[in-house]
Design a protein around this ligand. Sequence first.
Ligand code: ZN
Length: 466
Amino acid sequence: MNKEEFIEYMAPMATAAINYALILPSVTIAQACLESAYGTSDLAVNAHNVFGMKAELSGNTWPSAWDGTSIYTKKSPEQDEQGNTTYLESDFRRYPDVQQSVIDHTLYLAGAMKGSELRYKGLVGELSYRKAAQIIKDGGYATDINYVDKICSIIETYDLTLYDVFGIGAGNKMTKICIDAGHYGKYNQSPCNSAYYESDMVWKLHLLLKKHLEEYNGVEIITTRPNQETDRVLYDRGAASKGCNLFISLHSNATASAKRESIDYPAAYCAINHSADEIGLKLAKCVEMVMQTQQEGHIENVPGKNGDYYGVVRGATAVGTPGLILEHSFHTNSRSTAWLMDDGNLERLAEAEAAVIAEHYGLTKKQTSYIPGWYSDDIGWWYRNEDGSYPAGTWAWLHEATGDTWAWYLFDERGYMLKGAHRAPDGRLFYLCEDPGINEGKCMVTDDQGALQIAEYDTVAKRYLI
Ligand SMILES: [Zn+2]
C-alpha cells in the first residue's frame, strides 16, 4: 500500500468510528498515518495496532474495545535526560483487525480520564481539526512539540476534511434542531391522574419549545409529526433529523410499578457516541431546576445490540445528528403529574429549555419587547422585564402590582416572589409581607443598604419585632 492507498483504506474505518464518539475522521486518519508510518510500522503489520496504543493507558478505566489480554511486546527506544538512547521492552495492544484498533483509539480519546476530568475534554464534537489536534496534544497524547502541525499538514496535504462530511451542521449558518413529540394519540396514561397522558403533554411541550426556540436568531426547527394522531416508527423519527445539530425526543418517565411517589427525577438518555452528553446534562439540570424534582437530573448512555438502545437515538446517530431523549421526571408520581398538567408550567419549562439550547449553540434572542409588569400563576407572583427576562434568585426594586409605590422584593431561583421571614447571608432577619393585597411580598422595613431588615422576626408569633 502506498500512502494514498493507506488513507483510502483507513477512511471508512475512521468514519464508522464516529458511531462510538464524534471525533473528526480527518484527525483519526492523520493520526494513523503518523503513528503507523502509513501502515508500515512493526506494530501495524504484526498487531493491527495503527496508533501505537500501549497495553496500559490512563489507568485503563475507560470503556475499551481491546480484549485486555492480547499483547505484542516490542523494544522501543526511550531517551533519558542526557539524551542517551536505551531500548526498553513495552507491551502494546494486539487487535484482531485494524477496525478494532480504530474503535479502541476513538473510545480512548473520548473516555480516558485524568483525575476526575476527561483527559481530552472538548474533543468529542469539536469540528475544527486544528483545535481537535491541539486538544489531543494538550491531553498528553504526544510529547513532540510539532505534533499539531504534523497532523494538520497531513490533513491538508491529502484533503482529509473530505471525510468530515456528516450532518452535524458543520459549516451550517443556521442551527437546525429536530424536536420529537415522544408518543402519538392517547398514550401512557398516568396512574396518578387518569386525565394525564404522556402523549398529550409532549405534544404541547414540543410546540411550546418550538415557539420559544424560534424567538432566537439563526435557528430552524423541524418536528417529526404533522399532528398528534400520526404514528411514525422510532428509527425514522430520529433519522428525520438529518442535517440537524440536535435531535430531542420529549417524554415523561414511568416506573415499572403503577405508582411510586418517591421516584422523581429528570434524565437525558444521550447517544452512546457521547455527541449529545453536554447539552443533555444541561437540559436534565434545567428540568430539575424548573420542576423542582426530588432527585437530581442526570444523563445516561444506553447501548443496545445494534448501537444505541433507543430507536430514535439510533436513527439520529445513523444520520450523524447528536441525539437524546429527555424525560421530564415521572408521571407515576402525583406531584410531577400535577405539575406537568399545568399549561403555565409547560410554558415556563419550554422557555427555560429553549434558553439552555440557545446558550449552548450561542444563539442570540430576536428583539422582542414585552409589557413589563407583574404576572401570577398557580405557584405565585413573578415579574417580567421589558426584554422578557425576569428576576430570579435576587432582590429587585419594583413598583407595586396595583399601585405606583416602589419597594424591594425577593425572588427565588425559579423567579417567584418570596413572602414571610428570610435570613440574609449575614444573619440578619427581614420580613416580606404575607398579606394578600397591595403590600404582598414587599420588604416592609428597609435600612440604608436597601432591603435588609434589622428587626428580629418572631417565627412563632409570625411578626417582626422592631
Ligand atoms: Zn415516553
